[in-house]
Write a protein that binds this ligand. Structure first.
Ligand SMILES: [Zn+2]
Length: 346
């Protein structure tokens, strides 16, 4: 991942810390890594190579019961420790829990229920709801797990800052996902993230600006101080990244996708379409390649899937059309995979 990680931004760096890692090796053999044998029945830690006893009274950390896969015992978990702390929730979560009690006794169950009601942290409930929503949104868009986790971390940081009071939950969640995509190097456009929610684009943009300012206060910009959405797209997404996804949305074969990528690459080399957004370059190249390989799609249809207006697609395509002799690979024509006659007319 490029740039600083989220965790580094959140916590101020401690000045100095003692190294608390304890390395135990046998003083006779001096093997690294040491060949240690834990003898639980005797409570000894023994060097496996020479037999020297390195520690007595060691703690047996194994569970004191045996579990059988088919024996669920009615959700009766004999473990006496709770889950690991979830850093995404507030509070230490190390409270005392009243257990369910012996089966058949209602007192234990009632106490357990009462305690649950009493200690349930309102803030945690809200956070958990937000995290569930983020997961749901990410899954709906098949975003990788890493984006999900980063988005949740960003949400937590933003939430702690209390600068976004009055903004809708959904817009904050969407903006967090947008930032997470950038940090994880996953190519998604602003428009695509906006389509996940019913929140207006402007609102998400506003929230995004505030999130950016929070990160800047901490001495880091999200991605090298890019301010506007247009600049942002140019930095983080390039046309080739977007292409294969758009092609599969349009039901085009991988041949068309790689053809479109080739066209975009050549166009960039020749300086055609310089200064246009990666999104419109991708759309125009797909428009061209689809016709070229005999799987034509109308500009309207491509516009629907990419969010680029069909006017923009046609204008950009005009430049590609003018340079078609330079862009189209002769091998495609010779192998009869593609034909110039299939190209959409200008
Ligand atoms: Zn030894």
């Amino acid at each position: 991942m490029a740039g600083p990680t989220v965790a580094a931004i959140a916590a101020p760096q401690p000045a100095f810390q003692k190294n608390l890692n304890v390395h135990l090796i046998c003083p006779d053999c001096r093997e690294v890594p040491p060949n240690l044998v834990e003898n639980f029945s005797e409570g000894d830690m023994v060097c496996g190579s020479c037999g020297l006893v390195l520690g007595d009274r060691i703690v047996d950390t194994r569970s004191e019961w045996r579990t059988f896969a088919n024996d669920d015992q009615g959700n009766d978990d004999p473990s006496r420790v709770g889950e690991a702390i979830n850093p995404l929730l507030s509070g230490s979560q190390l409270d005392t829990m009243i257990s369910y009690g012996a089966p058949g006794s209602s007192i234990g169950r009632d106490l357990n229920r009462t305690q649950n009601k009493a200690i349930h942290d309102k803030k945690d409930t809200a956070l958990q709801a937000a995290y569930a929503k983020i997961s749901q949104m990410c899954e709906r868009y098949s975003l990788p797990k890493m984006v999900q986790d980063v988005a949740k971390e960003i949400y937590k940081i933003v939430e702690d800052h209390r600068k976004l009071k009055g903004k809708s939950q959904e817009s904050i969640e969407a903006a967090a996902i947008f930032v997470a995509c950038r940090q994880a190097g996953v190519a998604r456009t602003f428009k695509e993230i906006c389509m996940l929610t019913s929140v207006p684009k402007k609102e998400i943009g506003r929230v995004f600006k505030i999130i950016e300012s929070i990160f800047q206060q901490n001495g880091t910009s999200i991605v090298a101080a890019v301010a506007t959405e247009k600049e942002y797209q140019a930095v983080a997404t390039n046309a080739e990244d977007l292409m294969s996804r758009f092609c599969s949305h349009l039901g085009l074969t991988s041949q068309v996708a790689s053809g479109a990528q080739h066209l975009a690459r050549r166009a960039a080399k020749e300086g055609i379409l310089a200064g246009r957004s990666p999104l419109s370059i991708a759309a125009a190249a797909i428009y061209m390649a689809a016709g070229l390989f005999g799987e034509p799609r109308s500009a309207n249809k491509i516009s629907e899937r990419t969010g680029v207006s069909d006017g923009t697609i046609k204008t950009s395509y005009k430049f590609l059309w003018d340079a078609r002799e330079k862009l189209v690979d002769l091998q495609w024509i010779e192998s009869k995979k593609a034909s110039m006659t299939g190209l959409p007319k200008v």
